[in-house]
Design a protein around this ligand. Structure first.
Ligand SMILES: Nc1ncnc2c1ncn2[C@@H]1O[C@H](COP(=O)(O)OP(=O)(O)OP(=O)(O)O)[C@@H](O)[C@H]1O
Ligand SMILES: [Mg+2]
Length: 333
């Protein structure tokens, strides 16, 4: 069975079209990530699925049932927001129980489900605390716990990690992946962070300006981007795009090469000069200004003793290069 099916979903605010004809299927148990730049419509799409916004047209089907006219509480979904949205005057346990109390679930059921979620999220030491006495990461776990106890068919996450610092973000990301494995529930996760998208998703949906640019597994999109936008959005550092290089490029076309596919070699086809060196310890990123006047990022494994101002030659294997036409669409080789 499919967990979610969107058909030709459009959403306008006044005469501003924010979502344009979105078609999408989420399979049972799948982890789907919506990724795209700020303002592209990710949260709006999630809110339409949740029922917090009405679709202007099109159908939203959850678990085989069209839910366009079903209120959010009856859609079998639970949503986790960036801002946690916890009740400050309630303890962790009461925050997690509240939704079930409102559903008038029996006390024993509430207790059992909350205990299970507390254990799963390792919140045992904090059940009696108020949210203000928790760290950001712990608060986010409570917010996730509140979703888990509802046992939804579909989890919706809207940038749940963006308030956390880098180390905690990585830990919580791993916890969410682990949670997905344990619950084997369907999840939709919104982020503008390509690393989160690449590391969490079974399936990534790349959005831009209210359109779906491409859908596929992380490696499908990385290895086979349909257009220059997807190619540039996924991968860090980003793909290099060249249009006036020493390499012969068809008129109007753009050549794309990922930083890890460029090698330093004295007789390389691209000549240039090092303009900046980023030493990350495990990796070194060199910025190189080519003789044609384009900046390229070169990713070298390990530590590298390049210096700013040094002349270098760069090259790549032709099978690792991508070509895009003047409309930024991929030209198949
Ligand atoms: N209630 C509203 N009224 C009018 N315009 C809105 C409303 N809600 C969202 N928008 C507009 O819709 C577009 C998409 O917004 P949305 O919040 O879905 O973007 P997003 O992809 O989630 O961005 P971010 O990464 O910044 O959270 C934006 O241009 C936004 O200004
Ligand atoms: Mg948003």
């Amino acid at each position: 069975m499919t967990a979610l099916k969107l058909e030709k979903v459009c959403k306008s605010f006044g005469d501003v079209e924010v979502l344009k004809n979105i078609d999408l299927v989420v399979e049972d148990g799948e982890f789907v990530v919506f990724v795209g730049p700020s303002g592209c419509g990710k949260s709006t799409l999630l809110r339409v699925i949740a029922g917090l916004e009405d679709a202007t047209s099109g159908t939203v089907d959850i678990g085989g049932e069209v839910v366009n006219d079903t209120p959010p509480a009856k859609r079998g979904i639970a949503m986790v927001f960036q801002s946690y949205a916890l009740y400050p005057h309630l303890s962790v346990r009461d925050n997690m129980s509240l939704g079930l109390k409102q559903e008038k679930q029996p006390k024993a059921v509430i207790e059992e489900r909350v205990d299970k979620a507390v254990k799963m999220l390792d919140l045992g030491d904090y059940v009696d605390r108020r949210p203000s006495d928790l760290s950001g990461g712990q608060r986010q776990r409570v917010a996730i716990g509140r979703a888990i106890v509802r046992e939804p068919k579909l989890f919706l996450f809207d940038e749940p990690l963006s308030n956390l610092d880098a180390a905690l973000r990585m830990n919580t990301r791993i916890e969410i992946a682990d949670l997905h494995r344990k619950l084997s529930a369907s999840m939709i996760y919104v982020t503008h962070d390509q690393t989160e998208a690449m590391t969490l998703a079974d399936k990534i949906v790349v959005l831009r300006d209210g359109n779906v640019e491409q859908v596929g597994s992380p490696m499908e999109l990385y290895n086979n981007p349909a257009n220059q936008f997807v190619a540039g959005f996924l991968g860090s550092p980003s793909m290099n795009f060249l249009s006036k290089s020493e390499i012969p490029i068809p008129d109007g076309a753009t050549l794309g090469i990922r930083p890890e596919h460029l090698s330093l070699t004295d007789d390389g086809r691209i000549k240039g000069q090092v303009t900046h060196v980023e030493r990350l310890g495990g990796d070194t990123n060199l910025l190189v200004m080519s003789e044609a006047g384009e900046t390229l990022t070169v990713r070298q494994f390990g530590q590298h003793d390049a210096n700013v101002g040094e002349p270098v030659g760069l090259d790549f294997q032709d099978q690792n290069a991508f070509l895009f036409d003047q409309n930024q669409q991929r030209i198949a080789e």
